[in-house]
Design a protein around this ligand. Structure first.
Ligand code: TMP
Length: 215
């Protein structure tokens, strides 16, 4: 049985990654590939509880280290219970966020208030030498992204607005953090999330074909 591929979607608030992940999942399935769509935080039963703690409530209730530890607890369960077993069966796993989000949000977002070394150590303890085959970063101006996500959350009366409520500078740091992260390995592709849904979907298909299908 061939090993599946692991694709992660990353980006700031309102970048449209959840929609794009679903569209890519449909495309891959139509090509006869088995696909698992999942997300962080909240890809497992305990993860759903962690997600409630992390994504709702007072904006300042956790500091970046406490947050990083909880995100890595969620990631550990997610890897053990879902990602690794699916890959071992040849399923392609598409995850709405993974470890790059912790670096972008808890390190860059908070303007480097914690040491990058701590995050590297957590990565090694929890993830080891495993990493995504491809990471698609959907880049968006935070003013545009936040207004999209505030609008959506209002319509859905969503409670998960803790990060959305962080100051604009947090979101600006986050965006430049993702762009900096993208320079560190060839597994990253940065795409313009301000394109139309269909145009962006086509860019994603082209990337996946070039990187993983027609190789
Ligand atoms: P979502 O917007 O993709 O549903 O993700 C939930 C929130 O959690 C989002 O505001 C980003 C944040 N987050 C982190 O701060 N660090 C992480 O490691 C992950 C996975 C998500």
């Amino acid at each position: 049985m061939p090993q599946g591929r692991f694709i992660t979607f990353e980006g700031g608030e309102g970048c449209g990654k959840t929609t794009q992940l679903k569209y890519l999942g449909d495309y891959l399935q139509a090509q006869g590939i088995n696909v698992l769509l999942t997300k962080e935080p909240g890809g497992t039963e305990v993860g759903i509880e962690l997600r409630k703690i992390l994504c709702s409530g007072d904006v300042d209730k956790l500091d970046p280290i406490a947050e990083a530890l909880l995100y890595y607890a969620d990631r550990r369960l997610h890897m053990q219970q879902k990602i690794l077993p699916a890959l071992a069966q040849g399923t392609w796993v598409l995850s709405d966020r993974f470890a790059d989000s912790t670096l972008a949000y808890q390190y860059y977002g908070y303007n480097k208030k914690i040491s990058k070394e701590i995050l590297k150590q957590l990565y090694t303890i929890v993830v080891g030498d495993f990493c995504p085959d491809l990471t698609i970063i959907l880049d968006i101006n935070p003013i545009v992204g936040l207004s999209r996500s505030i609008q959506r959350n209002k319509i859905m009366a969503a409670k998960e607005v803790r990060f959305e409520n962080k100051e604009l500078n947090f979101h600006r740091n986050l965006r430049s953090g993702f762009l900096e992260i993208a320079q560190t390995s060839s597994r990253y592709v940065v795409l313009d999330a301000q394109k139309s849904i269909e145009e962006l979907h086509q860019d994603i298909i082209k990337t996946v074909k070039e990187r993983l299908i027609n190789k």
